[in-house]
Design a protein around this ligand. Structure first.
Ligand code: AMP
Length: 282
């Protein structure tokens, strides 16, 4: 496994593979890897000749008050995990390499960034869409692998790849969870033992909304049930709990047969922000 730190070296190396007719699977990450990330790597490995994983904690997707400086990092551990998975390359650039002085281009997606994460983190998605465009230019993949865990991000990036006619497919892989239902996340390391045990309420609330939608199909009633479940935990605050439709990634007030929806939430447990979702096919 080779570590690529510069864009020039990365493009030259990966172009050589492409010229040989090899396919490239790409998994963008911010590192501090867990089994959620590894599931994407395994899917990429199954479907491509070589796998490239990027590790880059992208400063532009964090607002000034967010957790950029304390975001967990452990390159040595990530390196061993990826080596064991048979990954060919880690793209591990510095912030200066990605955003040299004077760079001024931003990529934005309009509608699908309007609600939910876009409302509570207004500068977040422009950071995400811009970095992923840059990463795609560097790694030239045939398929990019994203996690359902970040449902809105996956929807926004799929839209972007399509709108910009980037010659790459996007595959969205299922959310990997702890045994009790908590979605795996690098940020779970912020939770104290007590908060970790409280955090299972997120999955319970999403599941309550899911069951209610399945049985009665009434979105407002289902969301009320979900909110009631969340309110069992002291110190929890809800940024949103909503049903989003797949077409617009906007709040759905009712559900239509055979359409795809996401039951999505972002909550803060003692100020620590966690997001999760379930896919619901009506
Ligand atoms: P991150 O390092 O958190 O930016 O995540 C990198 C990629 O891994 C994104 O496409 C995430 O959606 C995906 N991912 C993160 N957590 C999980 C999980 N629990 N299950 C599946 N994919 C995940």
């Amino acid at each position: 496994m080779q570590i690529l730190r510069t864009i020039h070296e990365t493009q030259q190396t990966l172009l050589q593979h492409k010229r040989r007719g090899q396919t490239i699977g790409f998994v963008p990450t911010m590192g501090y890897l867990h089994s959620g990330h590894i599931s994407l790597v395994r899917e990429a490995k199954k479907e491509n000749d070589i796998v490239v994983v990027s590790i880059f904690v992208n400063p532009t997707q964090f607002a000034p008050h967010e957790d950029l400086s304390k975001y967990p990092r452990d390159f040595e551990r990530d390196h061993s995990l990826l080596e064991a998975e048979g990954v060919a390359y880690i793209f591990y650039p510095s912030a200066e390499e990605i955003y040299p002085q004077g760079s001024q281009t931003e990529v934005t997606v309009k509608e699908k960034t309007r609600h939910f994460e876009g409302e509570f983190r207004p500068t977040h998605f422009a950071g995400v869409t811009t970095i992923v465009t840059i990463l795609l230019q560097c790694t030239l993949p045939d398929i990019m692998y994203l996690g359902q865990k970040d449902a809105q991000q996956a929807a926004v990036l799929t839209q972007m790849v399509s709108d910009l006619h980037i010659p790459c497919r996007v595959t969205v892989c299922p959310t990997i969870r702890e045994e009790d239902g908590l979605a795996k996340s690098s940020r779970n390391v912020y939770l104290t033992e007590k908060e970790r045990s409280q955090s299972v309420i997120i999955y319970k609330a999403l599941s309550a909304v899911y069951s209610e939608l399945e049985q009665n199909g009434n979105v407002a009633v289902a969301l009320e049930k979900g909110k009631l479940v969340l309110s069992e935990i002291e110190g929890i605050s809800i940024d949103y709990l909503a049903v989003a439709d797949d077409m617009r990634f906007a709040p759905a007030e009712q559900i239509e047969k055979e359409m795809k929806y996401y039951i999505i939430t972002a909550v803060r447990i003692n100020g620590k922000r966690l997001i999760d979702n379930l896919v619901f096919i009506a």
